[in-house]
Design a protein around this ligand. Structure first.
Ligand code: QV4
Length: 474
């Protein structure tokens, strides 16, 4: 279940973290479809606990499988899936199969109004009772398989996926989403579940809904959240044959490189050469909604210059299933998404350049990022050729004869003739501007008969990357 079921030549998934369904439907039609995005990862869809201050993470504490959350209800969800599929944008749902909510004093009321008593492991909305869960214990040793898979991740009541009843409820929930037209799932906390149980669940799912344009016998795309830094008892390798796996080493290493902790010249062997999963099994990202909140090597929107360079490399280098993060502004781990005085999530608003202004960051609307989504589509099915580097932090490479990228992460200019591998002509740099009405609003590069062009990226240029491709030829 490694096929994401993309439409046409599309390649890139965007995580619209905490967005409302009606806003995503609109975004598919007005932005994602026209810009060539392949799909959207949406926040959890099922009913969750209501936590004080409405932190984003309350959605990782399920109460039932009713499809009502702060993002909208079932009708709005179904409308979004249909409208996005209609413009060739797939929907992937973040699903919580590992657990229900954590402790809550007294009776909890969820976002769909369902009552539960998490302390007693009583979730009548499903229904689940104590016997559907593993006995309570704490994970203290992350290299103890029993603890990781049968104790409670941060106190979240741990479902027993070996039980027939639990399996049947999880399959029913996922099949309901398939019926509504989704293309697949991000499986939260997959590492905390035995791979045999997941295999049973995944293989029991219905085929994708042909009424939403999927071919007969299409299996849901699965990507599993398994954090594996390379020395874990429960490893990514136990899951990779069931579906794709989040490749956290990719995120850490790309952060290291573009922060300047590792020279860009080493990226020549990027991918499996760095110990990453085989390309077709890896879900790749510069940052995700968890690690963008941690200090460390991982880059996020708060370091925009480096972040844009890392994203350009992510989308230009042919490795993995790419996911772009689209965040809301945060100060700390618990910052809620943009909301009004009644704690309702608010819709993004855009300025005249299409950038978000009211607390949403919308990295996917930054020109340097959506232009690379277009680049990735334009160069699809080509290989890396013509690698060049200066022995340090200036690199360039081609994607067949369809695209060319150059980076300068040195403190001096990159100014020289380089092989772009492109047919002769003038091309717009899609990072510093766009091709509009036959001319470039940013830099342009003239390529001669031998494929060479003069490339300049000043150390103080606004962006440290330049990108050319055949769809932006003047
Ligand atoms: C607190 C204490 C615990 C205590 C517990 C019980 O910290 O020590 O045991 O109370 O009394 C929130 C709070 C957390 C609280 C917990 C339970 O932040 O302090 O525990 O609720 O009340 C998200 C957030 C968590 C949040 C959780 C549930 O990141 O902060 O916890 O949602 O709301 C590992 C896993 C990996 C996981 C990652 C974060 O291997 O699978 O940790 N990543 C996924 C998601 C992530 C999500 C979860 C898993 C849980 O990507 O966003 O956690 O669904 O690496």
């Amino acid at each position: 279940q490694h096929n994401p079921h993309w439409w046409g030549n599309r390649n890139t998934i965007v995580h619209l973290f905490e967005w409302k369904w009606s806003d995503i439907a609109q975004e598919c039609e007005s932005f994602l479809g026209p810009r060539g995005f392949a799909g959207v990862q949406v926040s959890p869809v099922n009913e969750n606990i209501i936590a004080a201050g409405r932190p984003w993470w309350e959605r990782y504490q399920p109460i039932s499988y009713k499809l009502t959350t702060r993002s909208g209800n079932e009708e709005e969800f179904g409308d979004m899936v249909r409208r996005c599929n209609d413009v060739g944008v797939r929907i992937y749902v973040d699903v919580l199969l590992n657990h229900m909510s954590g402790d809550f004093d007294g009776v909890a009321v969820g976002t769909a109004g369902t009552e539960a008593e998490p302390r007693k492991k009583s979730f009548p909305g499903v229904p689940y009772t104590a016997q559907d869960f593993h006995p309570t214990c704490e994970i203290t040793d992350w290299n103890d398989r029993f603890q990781v898979q049968q104790c409670e991740l941060v106190g979240l009541k741990d479902l027993d996926q070996s039980s027939d009843w639990v399996r049947s409820k999880l399959i029913e929930f996922l099949d309901h989403l398939i019926e509504l037209g989704v293309a697949g799932f991000r499986v939260d906390a997959a590492k905390h579940m035995a791979s045999e149980d997941l295999e049973y669940i995944y293989s029991s799912l219905s085929n994708l809904n042909i009424d939403h344009g999927f071919p007969h016998n299409s299996r849901p795309f699965i990507f599993q959240e398994v954090i594996d830094h390379g020395h874990e008892t429960v490893s990514r390798d136990e899951y990779k044959d069931l579906g794709a796996v989040t490749e956290f080493r990719f995120s850490e290493e790309i952060g290291n490189a573009f922060r300047g902790n590792n020279a860009l010249k080493w990226l020549q062997s990027w991918g499996t050469g760095w110990g990453f999963l085989p390309s077709g099994q890896a879900l790749t990202f510069v940052d995700n909604h968890d690690n963008q909140r941690d200090a460390g090597a991982v880059l996020n929107y708060k370091s925009p210059r480096q972040y844009k360079m890392a994203t350009a490399f992510h989308l230009a280098y042919p490795y993995g299933v790419s996911r772009v993060m689209s965040s809301f502004a945060f100060d700390d781990h618990d910052t809620p998404p943009p909301q009004d005085a009644q704690e309702r999530i608010i819709s993004p608003e855009f300025d005249e350049d299409g950038a978000c202004v009211n607390g949403w960051i919308c990295e996917h609307r930054w020109r340097q990022i959506y232009a690379m989504v277009g680049f990735k589509n334009a160069v699809r099915d080509t290989e890396i050729t013509g690698w060049w580097d200066n022995g340090d932090n200036q690199i360039s490479f081609c994607r067949g004869n369809k695209g060319f990228l150059a980076f300068n992460n040195n403190l001096y200019d990159l100014s020289q003739d380089l092989n772009t591998c492109l047919p002769a002509g003038t091309y717009c740099d899609v990072i510093s501007g766009s091709l509009i009405d036959g001319s470039c609003t940013g830099k342009s590069v003239t390529v001669n008969e031998n494929g060479y062009g003069y490339i300049h990226i000043g150390s103080d240029d606004f962006d440290g990357v330049l990108a050319l491709h055949v769809d932006a030829k003047v």
